[in-house]
Design a protein around this ligand. Structure first.
Ligand code: AHM
Ligand code: MG
Length: 334
């Protein structure tokens, strides 16, 4: 039976990436090793997030000796930094939690630069809403000393990007530049199994996702777009609004169901809220790889060149046709 084969021939994320890599002649398995360390971090954070509610109520064994429990986002950051450094495959780390980039000691240095948000949406932890880890990976191609210039590159130079969502299940979505695949953690095996092969975002969606509370400060194209989502000129029904306020969850839904996610500029925050290196770029990379688009209001998001590591940018991403609509509105404004 085909169904049986599926259940017994398990495509783990490691097996998948090894297969992918064997297509490239000069690959030496370095990327697989790096990814395994990222996966380890995700498993750790997943298990901590699952325990968080319980830990608050009864206190976790071993953590009741007076020492105050570390905040989950701080703990997650420590786990990822240590896992990435110990992989021996990284040279620069940029984390949302650390003001400065980390330059890995030459003895442990490799060629990959990893930009990540270890626990995005952490304000949602206490009410049990899905949160996630986001990451983007560059590779250094020169033999000189690594510098910040190696990560201040346009997103289109990323080699791979992904996120892990800690929700009702733990889902890791990854692109290494040839499509997008989703893997779900089987807790009994401790392995991420391919459950969403070759994800393609619907060409046109029926959902828009934005924090409308900021509407009074929006610019005209954004305001017009959202108005159009509610009051269409033709006879088609209005779109549905879905906004969780946790980027990984909002983008994950957009990827699977189609539609558009926007965090636009407004008068108070002219660059929006989301960070270029570890929020905007990885999600834009995944959207393009899934057949969608990502736009900043001025240009293709992946063409942006950040000047600082924590820079922000407005972002509109999702279904191809939906992003096309917003591009037309911004072009008309010029
Ligand atoms: P955080 O880094 O403080 O967790 O903020 C990032 C989050 C994203 O997950 C989400 O898309 C956005 O902030 C929501 O912002 P807002 O509450 O302004 O709508
Ligand atoms: Mg964040």
């Amino acid at each position: 039976h085909a169904a049986d084969a599926h259940r017994t021939d398990l495509m783990t994320i490691t097996r998948y990436v090894l297969n992918e890599q064997s297509k490239h002649a000069e690959s030496r398995g370095d990327f697989t090793i790096l990814l395994n360390h990222i996966v380890l971090g995700c498993k750790f954070v997943c298990s901590s997030v699952n325990k968080a509610g319980l830990a608050k109520l009864i206190g976790l064994a071993g953590e009741t000796n007076g020492e105050e429990q570390k905040k989950l986002d701080v703990l997650s950051n420590e786990v990822f930094v240590k896992a990435l450094v110990s992989s021996g495959r990284t040279c620069i780390l940029v984390s949302e939690e650390d003001e400065e980039a980390t330059f890995v000691d030459p003895a442990k240095r490799g060629r990959y630069c990893v930009c990540f948000d270890p626990l995005d949406g952490s304000s949602n932890i206490d009410c049990g809403v899905s949160i996630g880890t986001i990451f983007g990976i560059y590779m250094i191609k020169h033999d000189g000393e690594p510098t910040l210039a190696d990560v201040l590159q346009p997103g289109k130079n990323m080699l791979a990007a992904g996120y892990c969502m800690y929700g009702s299940s733990c889902t890791l979505v990854l692109s290494t530049g040839s499509g997008v695949n989703g893997f779900t953690l089987d807790p009994s095996l401790g392995e991420f199994i391919l459950t969403h092969p070759n994800i393609k975002i619907p060409k046109k969606g029926k959902i828009y996702s934005v924090n409308e509370g900021n509407a009074k400060n929006w610019d005209e194209p954004t305001a017009k777009f959202v108005e159009k989502c509610k009051f269409l000129n033709d006879s088609s029904p209005p779109r549905s609004l879905r906004y969780i306020g946790s980027m990984v969850a909002d983008v994950h839904r957009t990827l699977l169901y189609g539609g558009i996610f926007l965090y636009p500029a407004d008068k108070k925050s002219p660059n929006g809220k989301l960070r270029v290196l570890y929020e905007v770029f990885p999600m834009s990379f995944l959207m393009e790889q899934a057949g969608g688009q990502a736009f900043t209001g001025k240009q293709r998001a992946l063409d942006l060149v950040p000047k600082t590591i924590h820079e922000r940018s407005p972002i509109f991403l999702g279904s191809y046709d939906d992003v096309e609509e917003i591009k037309v509105l911004y072009a008309a404004q010029e």
